[in-house]
Design a protein around this ligand. Structure first.
Ligand SMILES: [Mg+2]
Length: 127
């Protein structure tokens, strides 16, 4: 095989690798889901609105991190401050970082409610 033929073969091989890589990226993109994950009572134990002393639930944080590492979009979703109007962004962001949470977005637009009935709701054992 001449040097030119070897170079062409190498280029063809690289093109196959790139094509396979792009197909894998597309497969993962299509398989990617968006998870809205509550904070208080879900990834940490919180007493009332004593957010500053919330204690992380590492097993649940690990499950959420695994979803993120699998390519899913993780949005932490909280109603902190929805009733009081107080801004909990800094404390909450610091807690998520201190607890090793991997996520794409922190959202404070969760409404205040007592019970949610939703066909898309899942418990940790179901994800
Ligand atoms: Mg909650």
């Amino acid at each position: 095989m001449t040097e030119l033929e070897q170079a062409r073969a190498k280029i063809a091989e690289l093109e196959r690798v790139i094509e396979a890589h792009n197909a894998e990226i597309e497969r993962l993109r299509i398989a990617s889901l968006t998870y809205y994950i509550d904070i208080d009572g879900t990834i940490c134990n919180t007493t009332g609105e004593d957010y500053a002393n919330a204690q992380p639930i590492q097993a649940n944080i690990d499950k959420a991190n695994a979803l993120h590492q699998a390519g899913h979009r993780v949005v932490y979703w909280t109603a902190r401050g929805a009733g009081s109007g107080k801004d909990w962004w800094y404390l909450t962001m610091k807690q998520l970082r201190d607890w090793g949470c991997e996520f794409d977005e922190l959202s404070f637009d969760k409404p205040v409610f007592d019970v949610v009935i939703d066909d898309r709701a899942r418990r940790w054992g179901e994800v």
